[in-house]
Design a protein around this ligand. Structure first.
Ligand code: ABU
Length: 868
């Protein structure tokens, strides 16, 4: 748009430059004409012409009434409405330039219009004086070489904003701006100053007309201190959106521009289609801060160049505005009321500058009336005159910097209970903040510049941890008790036949597993983050070793049983073969070695570390607490955690599944060498099932520390308790029922079993088997003989003698020695090989003979029945 205006301006320039000559000059020779562009009836931007135009007219009256000013001349203002639209503003400017009379200077308001006018005016050698343009971009002397303004640059607010941020300890700020050059250039200056002051710009959001998304983004970015830069129409939309998105109140601080009228957030809502009520707008506006350059002379009694105090000017202006229909008495001011002194002083600046120029031109026999758009010389004189103009105006002391900017104090206000209250003033040049300590914060304290995020470590609940520790401790005590029991009763057949060392290994594994339950619950509550990796590693080693010791011991038993049963099919002698204990131990040792290899590779190559899982932010319990909670959960993880877990789970899974298979295969096998194999099998089922459930479930619920801990802990505890119960309860019952087992004295472990006795026993076993074979033969013979007797009886005679003969024959085949045989196919051999007392508890080391005797104890019998 600027380009089209610019091209238009260039084309028209040639024509306009010759206009004055063509028109023959001004009709009245004592009138100095200036052009005025006032934004009045527009719908966006700044419509400050509503109050500034009357103010300028008052100034013209005053200037023209002064005899010492522009003697013999009067100043005349030719003005039109730009609506704060640059295009319309350019059109107004062309009309002013095209049409007679010759204008000596232009007055303009609204940054966008001033930018357009001032950029073009240099082509006509015209000085532009802006009474209502705050755009910092206008300070560019290259681009606007003939521009002056009584309105301070918007950059004067920035040092004030920074001063306040430092005062309240805010180091994080967001910016919301309307996409207009005036605000873009203000933001650029603000960003530079923030960087210099070490203040972080968290986000910069801009919008053309609808601020909805921009405000939403502010919320997303956790903006708390927000500088809003927009014209008043957009400000109303922003305020309504702030209300809708709840971006106001105790947690937020908004900096607005201070030149809106005091009641800006209550008016024009319906007209502008703002869908918030006045009440909602008031609510959202409460507490916001404004900064604005002082535009009214603060010394109310000080007479200014016009002879008026600023208060006198206010009364005059109010009278004029009242006549124009504004409800001034009810504080309903037109837009631009704040800037009205600037427009008044702008006219005075023009008059003073013309006065000075006239004096100067007079010396050369020239006059301002000689000015035309080609006359650079007079234009330069006007420029120099205005550049050096200084006076006390109703807006304060008027002077122009080398950039043509006005130098001014800034005022800080806050909306408290719906009214703007002055909090203080800031003199940028002197770095002097005058503060009245009147600020009010809706939360009772200065809002924070960010959401304070409190990290809260999720830890295992203490009661759960204590319960699990108590249960584990009980389990450990039980396991220790069972180890003692196992050793103490290792001479007893019931213990010996179950491989007590294997059982002790299993119990040690149980203790190790249960110990890991303590470590599983040791989290950030008890352990410092630096020590946590050690806990991670220790618990992994414990679980791995504990599992291998306990499960490995059971696995080796079922594995041996399976081997025995499969071999027995091919070689019947295996039935009586002893189980070599080293074979059981070597199985456990083998598994342990594999564990060590994997664990060492894992821990040395890619050790377990403390990894913190972050959860979404949560609200604090207390609504008054303006912070968020960031839950954290510690995990033990390696870089390639899944790979290592895959290896461990794969290997353990294979052992589990193989154990399950062996347990299933040997489910109905009774092996005298390992008397508890069926219970071991049941224990294996239980362990396998729990492991297969626990491993995947814990992976799924890993983020729920209590559930995860309870699940893993209870699985371990359950496995351990059940294994101990299945394997030891029958043994304990047996031992309790028969505390004075006869064999106990005979097979006291202290006495020991000699090699000769063992060999003797082995011979007896062989003999026993031989006898069984003979019995079978005899039985066959008896059967044959019985059949014959029956045959003979059926013939009628000599049957009794035959029977006696058969008995005698059978007795003659009975082997000598102390073994007594009981006839009957299902009866087993009573082999009282060692003792004269004839007990059936014949056991040597890990080897037992499966016997059943009328003289064995009833409980032994029952136990053998149930186990084997
Ligand atoms: N104080 C009014 C400024 C208007 C503008 O810069 O456009």
């Amino acid at each position: 748009m600027y380009w089209s205006i610019w091209i238009g301006a260039a084309l028209l320039h040639c024509a306009v430059r010759v206009l004055p000559a063509a028109n023959g000059g001004d009709s009245t020779s004592n009138v100095l004409h200036i052009g005025g562009i006032f934004p009045i009836a527009g719908e966006g931007g700044w419509q400050g012409g509503q109050a500034c135009e009357p103010a300028a007219k008052i100034a013209l009256e005053d200037v023209n009434s002064r005899k010492d000013l522009l003697p013999g001349y009067i100043l005349k203002l030719h003005s039109n409405d730009s609506e704060c639209e640059p295009g319309l503003g350019a059109s107004v400017m062309y009309n002013l330039l095209y049409n007679q009379p010759q204008k000596l200077m232009l007055l303009a308001g609204c940054s966008t219009v001033c930018t357009t006018v001032a950029e073009a005016a240099k082509m006509w050698n015209l000085v532009v004086l802006c009474y209502g343009a705050s755009s910092p971009a206008l300070s560019d002397r290259q681009r606007f070489p003939t521009l002056f303004r009584t309105h301070p640059s918007a950059t004067v607010h920035n040092p004030t904003r920074i001063k306040l941020m430092k005062k309240f300890g805010w180091s994080r700020v967001a910016i919301l701006q309307q996409a207009e050059e005036v605000f873009i250039s203000t933001v650029e200056d603000l960003e530079a100053r923030c960087t210099e002051a070490g203040i972080e710009i968290v986000t910069r959001q801009s919008f053309m007309t609808d601020p909805t998304d921009a405000v939403r983004n502010l919320r997303r970015q956790d903006a708390r201190v927000i500088v809003g830069l927009f014209y008043v129409v957009a400000a109303r939309r922003v305020l309504c959106e702030m209300y809708k998105q709840n971006l106001y109140g105790r947690s937020y601080v908004w900096y607005f521009i201070g030149w809106y009228e005091d009641n800006w957030f209550e008016v024009n809502l319906e007209k502008e289609g703002i869908d918030c009520t006045v009440e909602q707008m008031r609510k959202a506006a409460e507490g916001h801060i404004t900064t604005e350059a002082l535009m009214w002379n603060q010394n109310l009694n000080e007479r200014t160049i016009s002879g008026m105090t600023s208060e006198d000017f206010r009364l005059r202006l109010n009278d004029v505005l009242r006549k124009e229909g504004y409800d001034i008495d009810n504080q309903r001011f037109p837009e631009g009321y704040q800037e009205a002194p600037l427009a008044y002083d702008a006219v005075w600046s023009v008059a003073l500058a013309f006065n000075k120029t006239m004096d100067r031109l007079h010396k050369y026999g020239k006059s301002l009336k000689d000015f035309n758009y080609n006359n650079k010389e007079i234009a330069d004189d006007i420029y120099s005159a205005i550049n050096s103009t200084q006076f006390l105006g109703v807006s304060g002391f008027v002077a122009f910097s080398s950039q043509g900017d006005r130098i001014a104090l800034t005022q800080i206000e806050q909306v408290i209970n719906g009214n703007y209250i002055v909090l203080g003033y800031y003199d940028t040049q002197a770095d002097n903040l005058t503060w009245f300590d009147r600020e009010v914060w809706s939360g009772g304290k200065v809002p924070q510049d960010r959401t304070i995020i409190r990290k809260v470590l999720r830890t295992v609940s203490l009661p759960l941890f204590i319960c699990m520790c108590i249960i584990s401790s009980i389990g450990i005590l039980v396991a220790i008790g069972l180890i003692i029991f196992n050793i103490w009763n290792s001479h007893r057949r019931v213990i010996q036949s179950s491989h007590p060392v294997c059982n002790t290994i299993m119990l040690v594994g149980v203790i190790v597993c249960l110990t890991s339950v303590y470590l599983l619950g040791l989290d950030g509550r008890f352990v410092a983050p630096e020590a946590y990796p050690s806990v991670c590693q220790t618990r992994t080693w414990l679980i791995t070793f504990g599992f291998t010791l306990s499960y490995g011991a059971m696995f080796s038993k079922v594995w041996r049983v399976h081997r025995l049963t499969t071999k027995a099919k091919s070689d019947p002698k295996v039935k009586t073969k002893t189980v070599q204990p080293w074979k059981l131990y070597s199985m456990v040792t083998g598994l342990l070695v594999l564990d060590i290899v994997i664990m060492l590779a894992w821990q040395l190559h890619d050790p377990l570390q403390r990894r913190v899982e972050l959860f979404p932010l949560e609200d604090p319990i207390s609504a008054a607490d303006d912070s968020k909670i960031r839950p954290e959960l510690e995990h033990c993880e390696s870089e390639n955690n899944t790979v290592w877990l895959g290896v461990i789970y794969g290997y353990k899974g294979l052992v589990l599944v193989f154990g399950l298979f062996l347990a299933y295969e040997t489910r109905s096998v009774k092996v005298k060498q390992i008397n508890d194999s069926r219970y071991v099998g049941m224990s294996i089922y239980n362990v396998v099932i729990l492991c297969l459930i626990t491993a995947p479930v814990t992976m799924v619920i890993a983020s729920q520390q209590d559930a995860s801990y309870a699940f893993v802990g209870l699985a371990i505890v359950f496995c351990c308790f059940l294994s101990m119960a299945l394997i030891f309860v029958p043994k304990v019952i047996e031992v309790i029922r028969h505390p004075k087992d006869k064999a106990e004295s005979k097979y006291n472990p202290d006495v020991g079993v000699s090699k000769e006795e063992e060999e003797k026993y082995q011979k007896l076993v062989d003999e026993n088997e031989e006898l069984q074979r003979l019995i079978t033969q005899k039985e066959d013979k008896i059967k044959v003989l019985k059949d014959r007797i029956a045959e003979k009886e059926s013939k009628g005679s000599g049957v009794g003698g035959a029977v006696s003969g058969v008995s005698a024959s059978a007795d003659s085949d009975r082997p000598t020695g102390r073994a007594s045989l009981t006839q009957g196919k299902d009866n087993l051999i009573v082999a009282d090989f060692i003792t004269d007392a004839g007990t059936s508890d014949s056991a040597f080391g890990c080897v037992s003979v499966y016997t059943r005797s009328s003289r064995c104890s009833q409980s032994d019998f029952e136990f053998s029945e149930s186990y084997l």
